[in-house]
Design a protein. Sequence first.
Length: 309
Amino acid sequence: MLRYRLIFGSLFIALIGLVFWADDRLDRVALSGFWSELFNDRRYLPSGLALFALCLAIVPIAAWELTQILRANDIRARTWLNCTAAELGLIIHFAMPYTADAAQAVAIVGTILVAMFIGSLVYHSRERRVEGVVAAAGGTMFAMIYLGFMFGFLIAIRRWESAWVVAAIIVITKCCDIGAYFTGRAIGRHKLIPWLSPGKTWEGLAGGVALSVVAASLLAWWGRSIEPVLVGSGPAYDFAFGPIEAALGGAALALVGQAGDLIASLLKRDAGIKDSSSLLPGFGGVLDVIDSPLLAGPVAYWLLVLASR
Protein backbone atom coordinates (compact mmCIF):
# COMPACT_ATOMS: atom_id res chain seq x y z
CA MET A 1 0.00 0.00 0.00
CA LEU A 2 2.68 2.49 1.04
CA ARG A 3 4.80 1.59 -1.99
CA TYR A 4 1.92 2.29 -4.35
CA ARG A 5 1.19 5.57 -2.57
CA LEU A 6 4.79 6.71 -2.97
CA ILE A 7 4.96 5.72 -6.64
CA PHE A 8 1.63 7.12 -7.77
CA GLY A 9 1.90 10.08 -5.41
CA SER A 10 5.18 11.08 -7.07
CA LEU A 11 3.60 10.72 -10.51
CA PHE A 12 0.63 12.88 -9.45
CA ILE A 13 2.95 15.58 -8.13
CA ALA A 14 4.93 15.60 -11.39
CA LEU A 15 1.74 15.78 -13.48
CA ILE A 16 0.24 18.58 -11.38
CA GLY A 17 3.51 20.51 -11.48
CA LEU A 18 3.65 20.20 -15.27
CA VAL A 19 0.04 21.36 -15.64
CA PHE A 20 0.52 24.42 -13.46
CA TRP A 21 3.81 25.28 -15.18
CA ALA A 22 2.03 25.16 -18.54
CA ASP A 23 -0.88 27.16 -17.11
CA ASP A 24 1.51 29.85 -15.93
CA ARG A 25 3.28 29.96 -19.32
CA LEU A 26 0.00 30.32 -21.21
CA ASP A 27 -0.73 33.49 -19.23
CA ARG A 28 2.05 35.17 -21.20
CA VAL A 29 0.92 34.20 -24.70
CA ALA A 30 -0.04 37.38 -26.57
CA LEU A 31 -2.83 37.25 -29.15
CA SER A 32 -3.22 39.21 -32.37
CA GLY A 33 -5.18 39.09 -35.58
CA PHE A 34 -7.36 36.01 -36.03
CA TRP A 35 -6.53 34.59 -32.59
CA SER A 36 -7.44 37.82 -30.86
CA GLU A 37 -10.78 37.90 -32.69
CA LEU A 38 -11.39 34.23 -31.81
CA PHE A 39 -11.09 35.08 -28.11
CA ASN A 40 -13.38 38.11 -28.33
CA ASP A 41 -10.61 40.65 -29.03
CA ARG A 42 -8.56 39.63 -26.01
CA ARG A 43 -4.88 40.58 -26.03
CA TYR A 44 -3.94 37.45 -24.04
CA LEU A 45 -5.28 33.93 -23.59
CA PRO A 46 -7.92 33.44 -20.86
CA SER A 47 -6.37 32.56 -17.52
CA GLY A 48 -6.42 28.93 -16.44
CA LEU A 49 -6.63 27.07 -19.75
CA ALA A 50 -4.38 24.18 -18.67
CA LEU A 51 -6.07 23.92 -15.25
CA PHE A 52 -9.48 23.95 -16.93
CA ALA A 53 -8.40 21.15 -19.30
CA LEU A 54 -7.14 19.08 -16.35
CA CYS A 55 -10.42 19.54 -14.48
CA LEU A 56 -12.42 18.62 -17.59
CA ALA A 57 -10.43 15.37 -17.79
CA ILE A 58 -10.71 14.50 -14.09
CA VAL A 59 -14.35 15.32 -13.43
CA PRO A 60 -15.95 12.72 -15.77
CA ILE A 61 -14.02 9.95 -14.00
CA ALA A 62 -15.11 11.27 -10.61
CA ALA A 63 -18.69 11.55 -11.91
CA TRP A 64 -18.58 7.89 -13.02
CA GLU A 65 -17.41 6.90 -9.53
CA LEU A 66 -20.13 9.01 -7.93
CA THR A 67 -22.70 7.34 -10.18
CA GLN A 68 -21.57 3.92 -8.93
CA ILE A 69 -22.03 5.16 -5.34
CA LEU A 70 -25.53 6.40 -6.15
CA ARG A 71 -26.43 3.13 -7.84
CA ALA A 72 -25.22 1.21 -4.78
CA ASN A 73 -27.95 3.14 -2.94
CA ASP A 74 -30.54 1.96 -5.49
CA ILE A 75 -30.71 5.37 -7.20
CA ARG A 76 -31.31 5.16 -10.96
CA ALA A 77 -28.36 7.38 -11.80
CA ARG A 78 -27.00 7.74 -15.34
CA THR A 79 -23.28 8.22 -15.87
CA TRP A 80 -23.52 10.40 -18.97
CA LEU A 81 -26.08 12.71 -17.36
CA ASN A 82 -24.04 13.11 -14.18
CA CYS A 83 -20.89 13.72 -16.24
CA THR A 84 -22.70 16.37 -18.27
CA ALA A 85 -23.99 18.07 -15.13
CA ALA A 86 -20.56 18.08 -13.46
CA GLU A 87 -18.80 19.35 -16.58
CA LEU A 88 -21.41 22.06 -16.99
CA GLY A 89 -20.74 23.23 -13.44
CA LEU A 90 -17.06 23.62 -14.34
CA ILE A 91 -17.75 25.38 -17.62
CA ILE A 92 -19.93 27.96 -15.88
CA HIS A 93 -16.99 29.03 -13.71
CA PHE A 94 -14.59 29.23 -16.64
CA ALA A 95 -16.88 30.82 -19.22
CA MET A 96 -18.61 33.39 -16.98
CA PRO A 97 -18.08 36.76 -18.74
CA TYR A 98 -15.68 39.10 -16.95
CA THR A 99 -18.15 41.90 -17.64
CA ALA A 100 -21.04 40.18 -15.82
CA ASP A 101 -22.06 41.91 -12.61
CA ALA A 102 -23.20 40.03 -9.50
CA ALA A 103 -26.90 40.01 -10.47
CA GLN A 104 -26.16 38.72 -13.97
CA ALA A 105 -23.81 36.02 -12.64
CA VAL A 106 -26.45 34.80 -10.18
CA ALA A 107 -29.07 34.78 -12.96
CA ILE A 108 -26.81 32.81 -15.31
CA VAL A 109 -25.94 30.21 -12.68
CA GLY A 110 -29.57 29.95 -11.50
CA THR A 111 -30.90 29.52 -15.04
CA ILE A 112 -28.46 26.71 -15.81
CA LEU A 113 -29.26 24.97 -12.51
CA VAL A 114 -33.00 25.13 -13.22
CA ALA A 115 -32.52 23.91 -16.81
CA MET A 116 -30.39 20.99 -15.61
CA PHE A 117 -32.91 20.06 -12.93
CA ILE A 118 -35.90 20.16 -15.29
CA GLY A 119 -33.98 18.27 -17.97
CA SER A 120 -33.02 15.59 -15.45
CA LEU A 121 -36.63 15.18 -14.30
CA VAL A 122 -37.82 14.86 -17.90
CA TYR A 123 -35.11 12.32 -18.79
CA HIS A 124 -35.69 10.09 -15.77
CA SER A 125 -39.47 10.09 -16.28
CA ARG A 126 -39.27 9.39 -20.03
CA GLU A 127 -40.46 5.79 -19.52
CA ARG A 128 -43.60 7.02 -17.72
CA ARG A 129 -42.32 5.71 -14.40
CA VAL A 130 -42.41 7.86 -11.29
CA GLU A 131 -40.48 5.54 -8.96
CA GLY A 132 -37.04 6.93 -8.21
CA VAL A 133 -37.32 9.97 -10.48
CA VAL A 134 -36.83 12.53 -7.71
CA ALA A 135 -33.87 10.62 -6.24
CA ALA A 136 -32.24 10.27 -9.68
CA ALA A 137 -32.72 13.96 -10.48
CA GLY A 138 -31.36 14.82 -7.04
CA GLY A 139 -28.30 12.67 -7.77
CA THR A 140 -27.68 14.60 -10.97
CA MET A 141 -27.89 17.94 -9.17
CA PHE A 142 -25.62 16.58 -6.47
CA ALA A 143 -23.03 15.70 -9.13
CA MET A 144 -23.32 19.18 -10.59
CA ILE A 145 -22.77 20.92 -7.26
CA TYR A 146 -20.34 18.50 -5.60
CA LEU A 147 -18.05 17.95 -8.58
CA GLY A 148 -18.80 20.86 -10.90
CA PHE A 149 -19.44 23.86 -8.70
CA MET A 150 -17.14 22.95 -5.81
CA PHE A 151 -14.24 22.03 -8.08
CA GLY A 152 -15.08 25.10 -10.17
CA PHE A 153 -14.05 27.36 -7.29
CA LEU A 154 -10.43 26.57 -8.18
CA ILE A 155 -11.23 27.82 -11.70
CA ALA A 156 -12.82 30.93 -10.20
CA ILE A 157 -9.70 31.59 -8.11
CA ARG A 158 -7.56 31.18 -11.22
CA ARG A 159 -9.47 33.95 -13.01
CA TRP A 160 -7.91 36.51 -10.65
CA GLU A 161 -4.86 34.79 -9.17
CA SER A 162 -1.79 33.10 -10.59
CA ALA A 163 -1.55 29.39 -11.37
CA TRP A 164 0.85 29.02 -8.45
CA VAL A 165 -1.72 30.36 -5.97
CA VAL A 166 -4.08 27.53 -6.98
CA ALA A 167 -1.18 25.07 -6.82
CA ALA A 168 -0.35 26.32 -3.32
CA ILE A 169 -3.96 25.76 -2.18
CA ILE A 170 -3.85 22.16 -3.39
CA VAL A 171 -0.41 21.53 -1.87
CA ILE A 172 -1.39 22.96 1.52
CA THR A 173 -4.62 20.95 1.57
CA LYS A 174 -3.00 17.67 0.52
CA CYS A 175 -0.17 18.17 3.04
CA CYS A 176 -2.76 17.57 5.74
CA ASP A 177 -3.67 14.23 4.14
CA ILE A 178 0.01 13.27 4.02
CA GLY A 179 0.77 14.43 7.54
CA ALA A 180 -2.33 12.77 8.95
CA TYR A 181 -1.53 9.47 7.22
CA PHE A 182 2.04 9.16 8.48
CA THR A 183 1.39 10.63 11.94
CA GLY A 184 -1.62 8.37 12.41
CA ARG A 185 0.42 5.31 11.42
CA ALA A 186 3.21 6.28 13.80
CA ILE A 187 1.45 7.44 16.95
CA GLY A 188 -2.29 7.36 16.27
CA ARG A 189 -4.19 6.03 19.27
CA HIS A 190 -7.44 7.96 19.70
CA LYS A 191 -10.04 7.49 16.97
CA LEU A 192 -11.42 10.66 15.40
CA ILE A 193 -14.85 9.44 14.24
CA PRO A 194 -14.80 5.62 14.49
CA TRP A 195 -18.30 5.11 13.10
CA LEU A 196 -17.47 7.10 9.94
CA SER A 197 -13.74 6.73 9.30
CA PRO A 198 -12.11 4.16 11.62
CA GLY A 199 -8.61 4.82 10.30
CA LYS A 200 -8.50 8.51 11.27
CA THR A 201 -7.13 9.57 14.63
CA TRP A 202 -6.87 12.82 16.57
CA GLU A 203 -3.09 12.46 16.56
CA GLY A 204 -3.14 12.09 12.79
CA LEU A 205 -5.31 15.18 12.42
CA ALA A 206 -2.93 17.19 14.58
CA GLY A 207 0.04 16.04 12.52
CA GLY A 208 -1.75 16.86 9.28
CA VAL A 209 -2.71 20.36 10.41
CA ALA A 210 0.86 20.97 11.59
CA LEU A 211 2.29 19.96 8.21
CA SER A 212 -0.20 22.18 6.36
CA VAL A 213 0.71 25.14 8.58
CA VAL A 214 4.42 24.54 7.88
CA ALA A 215 3.76 24.29 4.13
CA ALA A 216 1.66 27.48 4.12
CA SER A 217 4.29 29.35 6.13
CA LEU A 218 7.11 28.25 3.82
CA LEU A 219 5.12 29.23 0.73
CA ALA A 220 4.34 32.62 2.28
CA TRP A 221 8.01 33.13 3.15
CA TRP A 222 8.97 32.25 -0.41
CA GLY A 223 6.31 34.61 -1.75
CA ARG A 224 7.70 37.49 0.26
CA SER A 225 11.19 36.81 -1.14
CA ILE A 226 10.27 37.17 -4.81
CA GLU A 227 9.10 40.09 -6.89
CA PRO A 228 5.41 40.36 -7.81
CA VAL A 229 4.70 39.21 -11.34
CA LEU A 230 2.65 41.16 -13.88
CA VAL A 231 1.01 39.20 -16.69
CA GLY A 232 -0.95 40.48 -19.62
CA SER A 233 -4.20 38.82 -18.60
CA GLY A 234 -4.40 40.37 -15.15
CA PRO A 235 -2.90 42.47 -12.37
CA ALA A 236 0.20 41.78 -10.32
CA TYR A 237 0.09 38.81 -8.00
CA ASP A 238 2.33 37.17 -5.43
CA PHE A 239 2.26 35.02 -2.28
CA ALA A 240 3.08 37.88 0.07
CA PHE A 241 0.98 36.80 3.05
CA GLY A 242 2.12 37.57 6.58
CA PRO A 243 3.24 34.75 8.91
CA ILE A 244 0.07 34.81 10.99
CA GLU A 245 -2.20 34.95 7.93
CA ALA A 246 -0.32 32.05 6.36
CA ALA A 247 -0.48 29.90 9.50
CA LEU A 248 -4.20 30.54 10.02
CA GLY A 249 -4.96 29.96 6.34
CA GLY A 250 -2.96 26.72 6.35
CA ALA A 251 -4.81 25.45 9.41
CA ALA A 252 -8.18 26.41 7.89
CA LEU A 253 -7.47 24.61 4.60
CA ALA A 254 -6.21 21.56 6.49
CA LEU A 255 -9.34 21.28 8.62
CA VAL A 256 -11.68 21.93 5.72
CA GLY A 257 -9.81 19.41 3.58
CA GLN A 258 -10.26 16.78 6.28
CA ALA A 259 -13.95 17.66 6.42
CA GLY A 260 -14.09 17.06 2.65
CA ASP A 261 -12.46 13.68 3.17
CA LEU A 262 -15.05 12.81 5.81
CA ILE A 263 -17.89 13.85 3.48
CA ALA A 264 -16.57 11.44 0.86
CA SER A 265 -16.34 8.75 3.57
CA LEU A 266 -19.97 9.44 4.45
CA LEU A 267 -21.01 8.88 0.83
CA LYS A 268 -19.03 5.65 0.58
CA ARG A 269 -20.16 4.29 3.95
CA ASP A 270 -23.75 4.98 3.00
CA ALA A 271 -23.20 2.92 -0.16
CA GLY A 272 -21.39 0.15 1.74
CA ILE A 273 -18.06 0.54 -0.07
CA LYS A 274 -14.54 1.42 1.11
CA ASP A 275 -13.11 3.20 -1.95
CA SER A 276 -14.84 5.07 -4.77
CA SER A 277 -13.10 2.72 -7.26
CA SER A 278 -9.84 0.81 -7.76
CA LEU A 279 -8.43 2.92 -10.58
CA LEU A 280 -5.48 4.26 -8.58
CA PRO A 281 -3.53 1.59 -6.66
CA GLY A 282 -2.79 2.71 -3.14
CA PHE A 283 -5.35 5.52 -3.27
CA GLY A 284 -8.60 3.97 -4.47
CA GLY A 285 -10.38 6.18 -6.97
CA VAL A 286 -10.21 9.72 -8.27
CA LEU A 287 -12.78 10.83 -5.69
CA ASP A 288 -10.52 9.50 -2.95
CA VAL A 289 -7.76 11.84 -4.19
CA ILE A 290 -9.75 15.01 -4.86
CA ASP A 291 -12.20 14.84 -1.95
CA SER A 292 -10.21 17.26 0.22
CA PRO A 293 -9.51 19.94 -2.47
CA LEU A 294 -13.20 19.82 -3.45
CA LEU A 295 -14.25 21.42 -0.17
CA ALA A 296 -11.08 23.48 0.23
CA GLY A 297 -11.74 25.36 -3.04
CA PRO A 298 -14.76 27.39 -1.87
CA VAL A 299 -13.12 28.17 1.48
CA ALA A 300 -9.86 29.23 -0.20
CA TYR A 301 -11.79 31.53 -2.53
CA TRP A 302 -13.35 33.46 0.36
CA LEU A 303 -10.12 33.46 2.35
CA LEU A 304 -8.45 35.18 -0.60
CA VAL A 305 -11.31 37.65 -0.89
CA LEU A 306 -10.99 38.53 2.78
CA ALA A 307 -7.20 38.77 2.53
CA SER A 308 -7.45 41.14 -0.43
CA ARG A 309 -9.59 43.51 1.63
